[in-house]
Design a protein around this ligand. Structure first.
Ligand code: ZN
Length: 393
């Protein structure tokens, strides 16, 4: 029941220096310079010497039931697996449906979130769908967020995209109000996760709601802000107003920069910091299990890939190594920032009373050990706990 991580350099995410961290069951119960346990208490000691300890990563946008389908049924992508999260340090995931809100539904999303939770990670979901009127589990969004524990907001709703249902101002304002009030009444974030497409309208609709209604800007978590230069520039101005912005990470970072004007995450975060954006407003998510059409340099369609959760740490590592952003700032984007945006009070920080979710990394930021809710999931970079039907490999 007790675990003691000794002598790791702790990023809580702020840098605390070398500390011992004591875990009792699924909670952090002490963070001290030196912790010695006397008597006959049984404790598992994990040596953190020369290693970096961060909170477990939070992926705020992942298609856990699979996504895709945009190239016909055979392009539907597979569901998320336990080790597909834990081996990359993700201990908390927020599931959403994607473009296909018919072949994937809310019942399946709730069931999948429960499955991953039973297997060992923490899960939440967004109610609703890409399309408007949003698909719900009960007869209303407000009832979904108030009565279903897993629901913390609505999303991903598409706008400024040819695949969206072209939501109007009135439709969006109603959705936003419903989820916000339902969130207030149930003590949850009531966040609106918005998929931003490639069109020039960018985040106009969100800004109109912020300007013309009483809804605060922090109610929104727009994602894919780095998908093109034009949208990114508008996102800088949006974040300077105090809005959260979510970058979509990439598994193959170099590839995407060469085929379109997607903004490399590390460069984007650096540019936002240089422009004076609050470092607490930026998050990175994986868009994991979504479909990724692959093209040659000449623009020829080569096939379809699947988004992976591995990109969170890759992007943070790039921030540190390529753009010299301090680790304690970079790692906030996948720990305390999403926890704050989503109002997950026990997540995203290493402090007494918080959930025992950790990633222990080598000095060059390679995953060694992952602990989720006090359970060791990964050792030496390899999963030791597997999902129910996973092939161990
Ligand atoms: Zn999307």
């Amino acid at each position: 029941m007790l675990k003691l991580i000794k002598g790791a350099t702790v990023y809580a995410p702020e840098k605390l220096g070398v500390k011992d961290v004591l875990i009792a069951a699924d909670k952090i119960c002490a963070v001290e310079d030196h912790i010695e346990l006397n008597g006959n208490v049984e404790v598992e000691v994990i040596d953190g010497t020369g290693k970096v300890l961060t909170p477990g990563f939070i992926d705020s946008h992942e298609h856990i039931t699979g996504g895709g389908g945009e190239g016909g049924f055979k392009t539907r992508t597979p569901e998320a697996t336990l080790s597909g999260l834990t081996r990359y340090g993700i201990t908390t995931v927020v599931g959403c449906i994607g473009t296909d809100g018919i072949g994937r539904d809310m019942c399946a999303l709730v069931a999948k979130a429960h499955a991953l939770e039973e297997e060992g990670v923490s899960t939440y979901i967004y109610s609703g769908s890409y399309q408007v009127p949003v698909h719900t589990l009960t007869d209303s969004l407000m009832k979904d967020i108030m009565m279903i524990d897993k629901v913390i907001g609505v999303g991903e709703i598409a706008m400024s995209d040819h695949r969206s249902s072209q939501p109007t101002f009135e439709e969006m304002a109603r959705i936003v109000s419903d989820i916000r009030v339902g969130g207030m009444l149930s003590g949850k974030a009531g966040i609106i996760n918005i998929h931003l497409g490639d069109s020039e309208r960018c985040m106009d609709l969100i800004e109109r709601i912020v300007d013309e209604t009483e809804i605060p800007i922090t109610q929104f978590l727009p994602t894919h802000v780095n998908r093109n230069e034009m949208l990114f520039q508008k996102s800088i101005e949006y974040a300077k107003r105090g809005g959260y912005v979510d970058f979509t990470g990439n598994e193959d970072i170099d590839y995407w920069e060469t085929i379109c004007d997607e903004v490399r995450v590390c460069n984007g975060i650096k540019r936002m910091l240089d422009a004076g954006v609050d470092s607490g407003l930026m998050t990175i998510s994986s868009d994991g299990q979504g479909s990724l059409p692959i093209f040659s340099k000449e623009g020829e369609y080569l096939g379809i890939g699947v988004g992976k959760a591995s990109c969170l740490l890759k992007e943070v590592k790039e921030c540190v190594e390529r753009t010299n952003i301090p680790l304690e700032i970079a790692v906030k984007t996948i720990t305390s920032n999403p926890a704050d945006a989503l109002k997950l009070a026990n997540k995203g920080r290493i402090a007494v009373g918080k959930d025992a979710d950790f990633v222990l990394l080598s000095e060059d930021l390679v995953i060694d050990t992952v602990i989720a809710k006090g359970q060791t999931m990964v050792v030496g970079g390899e999963p030791i706990v597997w999902g129910t039907f996973e092939e161990k490999k």
